[in-house]
Design a protein around this ligand. Sequence first.
Ligand SMILES: C=CC1=C(C)c2cc3[nH]c(cc4nc(cc5[nH]c(cc1n2)c(C)c5CCC(=O)O)C(CCC(=O)O)=C4C)c(C)c3C=C
Length: 471
Amino acid sequence: MKNIVVVGGGISGLSAVHALRKVLPPAVQIHLIEAASRLGGLVGTSRDPKYLFEIGPRGFRPSKNGAEIVSLVEQLSLQDECIESMGHNRFVFTNGKVEQVPGTPLEFLKWSLAPDIVKAVLHELMAPKSTASDESVYDFVARRFSPRIAEALLDPMASGIFAGNIRQLSVRSCFGLLHEKEKQHGSVVRSMLFHSTPPVPTLVDGSLKSPFVEDKSKAMSLSFRNGMQTLIDALTASISSMPNTSVALNTSLSAISMPTADKIRLQLSAPPGGPQALDADHVFSAIPARHLAPALVQSAPVAAAAMASIPFASVAIVTLGFRSNVLPHQGFGHLVPSCEKQRIIGVIYDSCSFPQQQTDDVTRLSVFVGGENHKDVAALSLAQIEAIALEEVRAHLGVSATPEYVASSWYDRAIPQYPVGFHALLDTIEADVAGALPRLTLLGNSFYGVGIADAVHRSTAAAHAFAKTLV
Ligand SMILES: C=CC1=C(C)c2cc3[nH]c(cc4nc(cc5[nH]c(cc1n2)c(C)c5CCC(=O)O)C(CCC(=O)O)=C4C)c(C)c3C=C
């Protein structure tokens, strides 16, 4: 009887178990190992009676490879719980004030960045194609568009996905579409105007996307009426009811080896009575690269060293609850370019984005502090970070009310960064793992995209690819 182990009970590991169970024969044993005392990793919800706040991601993108997570929502019968973001407007802090990103041509004409954008687009159409295999997001955008566009638009976008620094992040690995469009058509703008890519009608298993998946793909962001914890609870309940599927909490990985060609062995650190070692036919690792690296030092040293070199950004999230509507405008939130020299990365207006998550007309805000452009924040106390968050909210949004709910958390090395040349680093990692530990498959946001949609897509695709090797 085959024995499969999934290491890591975050969204990547949970969705991998779910997908594997769907494609493998019921007699195959699947074990999920998680180091913490709960499943879900950074995905979870804190539910104060009045103020719902997410621990980590506020929602997920349903478009592009997001079809797999939307399909997962449907498989778990969560359609009625699933809600669409109502925060259609987005804002960027520009020249000392919060400005709306235009949604119509008329709004565009009134935008302070419009003249810079028009000039940059004309420049882009003529800019020569680069032969470099990769470059930083800043270098790419400054070269093809303009330094001003890189600093005013790409910098906040990179903050709002990676909490990262555009002078270090790889354009190829972080904004792959820009890189591909230049390589294929010589110009990003020309490619967008004349070579749009039609949407893929199928899921990774080849089946047609359902009407629910098609319908939800148009939303900017999705979440759940009772928060993202809904997805974790439903996955946990589904996995617990599956035959030949076990979950071990408080159990961490110490080492992976292949004592023989047909077995892969895990050394574990578990509570008394728990498994100290497991032999398996295949292992899926869904833990961060910096946790997996020490377990591979003996068996795949090249991959281990490459994994250990992947940087991670740390952020603080300060959540503020006000008893009435205190916002001067409605939208998803605002992002702050680092050239504006403010002390926060941005604010998500949770109560505007997902008003379905509350009954009263309260204001819920999430203020993001830290990241690669504000590393000094790591030395501050949470009380100091909360004070900064509140001061910036007052200054940016003109809020004078005192919040009745304040909470904050520090997420140490939470967000993987893909620096210039990351594609080559990943090739090195995959080649060493394929050679030294062919019974190990890598999953998770350290390697395959930082969004939840990317995580579920990778896990589902890997489960299907594995099932094909068995027939
Ligand atoms: C407009 C305000 C936003 C702030 C402030 C913000 C902070 C922030 N976000 C991440 C990580 C991710 N954000 C992602 C998507 C995303 N973020 C915003 C806006 C803000 N983010 C929008 C409108 C979207 C798209 C809709 C959605 O997915 O919900 C993602 C997913 C990216 C993807 O899958 O393509 C991530 C990851 C961090 C780390 C952060 C502050 C530190």
